[in-house]
Design a protein. Structure first.
Length: 218
C-alpha cells in the first residue's frame, strides 16, 4: 500500500512536470515553413488571423491562455505531494514566468479588466495568480478536497486547450494550405493533465470505496 502511494505521488509530480514542459513546447509545429509556437506565441500570433481579429474567434487566444492558467494551478496544487514545504514552494515558483507571460503588456495592464483589448486576458492572468496564492490554503485542506480541486482545474484546462486549439487549427491550416496538427508541447500538456486526472480520480474512487466498506462493517 505504501509503495502504491509513493508511485502515485511520483506519477502526480511527473504529470505536473509534463504540464509545465508542455506549456513551453511547440503547440503548433510545421517544419516546412519553420513554424513553431508554444502556448504563449500561439495565443499572441493568432490575434493576427482575420478570423480572430474580425471574426467570431476573438476568445480563442484567451482560451489558450485559460488552459495554461488552469493547468499551471493544477500543477501547483499537485505539488502538495512534496512533503518538504520549502522544496514544494521552490517547485511552485517555477511557474512564475508562466504568470508573467499571461499578464497584459504595459500600459494596458494598468486598465485592469476594463481594458478593451486585454480585459479578458487580465482576468485569466489574475486567475493564475490567485490560484498560486491559494495554494497556501490548499495545503491545509484534506487530501480528498485537494484531489477534487486538482481534477476540476485539470479538466477545465483540457477543455480550454481543446476548444482553443480546435478553433485556431482551421484558420492556421487555411493560411498555410496544409493541415496543422497539434505539436509535441500541446500533446505533452494534454497527456500530463489526463494522467493527473486519472491518478486523482482513481485515488478518490478508492478512498470512497474504503469509506463505504467501513460504514458497511459498522
Amino acid at each position: 500500500m505504501i509503495l502504491r502511494t509513493i508511485n502515485r505521488e511520483r506519477l502526480t509530480l511527473i504529470s505536473a512536470l509534463a504540464v509545465w514542459v508542455g506549456i513551453w513546447g511547440g503547440w503548433i509545429t510545421y517544419g516546412a515553413v519553420g513554424l513553431t509556437q508554444n502556448a504563449f506565441y500561439l495565443a499572441e500570433w493568432s490575434t493576427y488571423l482575420l478570423d480572430v481579429r474580425y471574426g467570431s474567434m476573438r476568445l480563442a487566444p484567451d482560451l489558450i491562455r485559460l488552459a495554461v492558467a488552469l493547468g499551471s494551478v493544477a500543477a501547483c496544487m499537485a505539488a502538495t505531494t512534496i512533503r518538504d514545504w520549502r522544496l514544494r514552494w521552490v517547485a511552485r515558483m517555477l511557474v512564475i514566468p508562466i504568470g508573467l507571460n499571461l499578464l497584459p503588456p504595459y500600459p494596458d495592464i494598468l486598465n485592469l479588466w476594463w481594458s478593451e483589448g486585454y480585459g479578458v486576458r487580465f482576468i485569466v492572468s489574475m486567475l493564475f495568480w490567485v490560484g498560486l496564492a491559494g495554494c497556501l490554503l490548499v495545503d491545509q485542506l484534506s487530501s480528498r478536497v485537494r484531489r477534487v480541486l486538482i481534477v476540476a482545474f485539470a479538466v477545465g484546462a483540457v477543455i480550454s486547450a481543446v476548444s482553443g486549439f480546435s478553433q485556431l487549427q482551421g484558420p492556421f491550416s487555411a493560411h498555410y494550405a496544409t493541415i496543422i496538427l497539434p505539436g509535441w508541447g500541446l500533446v505533452l500538456f494534454w497527456v500530463g493533465l489526463v494522467a493527473a486526472i486519472a491518478v486523482q480520480a482513481w485515488t478518490l474512487a478508492q478512498s470512497v470505496g474504503r469509506n463505504q466498506k467501513g460504514s458497511d462493517v459498522i
